[in-house]
Design a protein around this ligand. Structure first.
Ligand code: FAD
Length: 325
């Protein structure tokens, strides 16, 4: 019995960074339950990826490699993982809550006859019983769940809810290649060329400073004010989801669970309430500053510096100070 973390590869063949967040969740669970922690890597051509996973402080790596897994399909991944879970027989299986996992997770759970608890934000323990926390009603409530029934118990973890686990190259784990069989005729979906993002797409993940706007900006005409502040600070402009949903800024400027995850040295939030879906995308920033008229806005719970005030008064004053300095 073990806790098995399923790591995901991107189109480019690198690890999806959320794989290491899932590994942290798996490590927490394995530590509490006194179980070994293993990692499964799946894809068409794994190259050095299994060895990279083996340098992450796990007891063993399961490599699931097959030409029919080169392009992601729910049919292929589900069949391969069903066979892998049969061979490994883990107690718990942890997935990163990626788009791929959203797609095949429920199908896999049905195939192995188990429940799938998706998008968990934390794990706590009641004695030896793990309690999984996840948000319900569009993030308005947090609810506790336990996974009943026989192993394997499947759950996925929300982006940004767990810090990424560090590399531990000192004691590489053994790698076991699992033999699986896939039937080409059973794969009913034939993916075409992967979607390529347009040139010029903003990469907020490498920005050192970010000025981010929320609904408090009130009108698209006011974005120029935030842009002036961003320019003065040498920062990228970003936004909460409603701003991008309204088409006020492009979608690639959105920060949060359905946007980009950012870790700048400075994240300055203007008129953003701090809903959990926004926080998971920016709470890893080195310094967080927030300007909000509402002193009880949740953004102040993660902010290092906060101004309770009207951004239309505070930002012009900040610009004045920056221009003078
Ligand atoms: C599945 C799902 C995924 C989601 N993904 C994301 C995501 O990736 N990113 C994201 O951001 N959201 C996401 N959301 C939406 C999220 O739940 C919130 O609705 C959203 O983050 C709120 O945006 P906001 O803070 O701009 O707006 P609001 O919550 O309306 O907050 C506006 C804030 O501005 C303040 N304010 C008003 N006037 C002023 C002023 N003059 N000066 C200063 N402050 C002022 C108010 O006090 C308020 O706190 C998602 C939701 C769901 C259900």
């Amino acid at each position: 019995m073990s806790v098995l973390v399923v790591a995901e590869l991107t189109h480019a063949g690198d690890f999806h960074p959320m794989s290491w967040e899932a590994l942290t969740a798996g490590r927490e669970l394995a530590g509490q339950l006194g179980l070994p922690l293993s990692c499964l890597v799946i894809g068409g051509s794994l190259g050095d990826r299994s060895a990279e996973a083996a340098a992450r402080g796990v007891t063993q790596v399961a490599a699931v490699e097959h030409a029919l897994l080169s392009a992601y399909t729910a049919d292929g991944f589900c069949s391969a993982l069903t066979q892998a879970l049969g061979q490994i027989a883990p107690q718990y299986v942890v997935f990163p809550h990626t788009y791929q996992v959203r797609d095949y997770g429920p199908k896999l759970a049905t195939a192995v006859g188990r429940a799938f608890l998706s998008d968990c934000t934390s794990i706590r323990f009641d004695g030896a019983e793990p309690i999984f926390v996840k948000q319900v009603f569009q993030g308005k409530l947090s609810a506790d769940f336990t996974l009943a029934g026989d192993a394997p118990r499947l759950f996925s973890v929300q982006s940004g809810a767990f810090a990424a686990d560090a590399e531990r190259p000192d004691s590489p784990a053994p790698i076991h290649a699992l033999a699986i069989e896939l039937d080409e005729a059973a794969i009913r979906v034939h993916p075409t060329e992967p979607y390529r993002e347009a040139a010029g797409t903003a990469d907020l993940s490498s920005a050192e400073r970010i000025v981010s706007i929320g609904r408090g900006i009130k009108d698209p005409e006011n974005i120029a004010l935030a842009q002036r502040l961003a320019d003065a600070l040498g920062a990228e402009l970003a936004a909460s989801r409603p701003i991008c949903d309204s088409g006020w800024l492009p979608l690639d400027r959105q920060v949060g669970s359905s946007g980009q995850t950012v870790k700048p040295k400075l994240y300055l939030a203007l008129g953003i309430s701090g809903a959990i879906q926004h926080l998971v995308g920016m709470k890893g920033s080195e310094v967080i500053a927030a300007i909000n008229t509402d002193a009880s806005a949740p953004i102040f719970e993660v902010a290092d510096y906060g101004v309770v005030g009207d951004l239309f008064e505070v930002v012009p004053e900040l610009l004045k100070q920056l221009e003078q300095s």
